[in-house]
Design a protein around this ligand. Structure first.
Ligand SMILES: [Zn+2]
Ligand SMILES: [Zn+2]
Length: 62
């Protein structure tokens, strides 16, 4: 995954918004790992479809 495609705002690394993130296309829960659980983001990579999708708000899939 190319990190340069994701904008990281400083506040997104402080006030972490842990939430349930579902990829609507396949219905699978998206759980962020490694670097992706350290900052809020809207653009997620579905590990099942290997496809990017956007959630309604910035957060971290748990
Ligand atoms: Zn994610
Ligand atoms: Zn998917």
């Amino acid at each position: 995954m190319d990190m340069e495609e994701i904008e990281i705002n400083p506040e997104d690394t402080i006030d972490l918004n842990h939430k349930i993130v579902i990829h609507k296309k396949c219905g699978k829960k998206h759980i962020d790992a490694d670097k992706f659980k350290t900052f809020n983001h809207r653009k997620h990579l579905c590990y099942y479809c290997n496809e990017f999708f956007y959630d309604d708000e910035r957060g971290i899939g748990v």
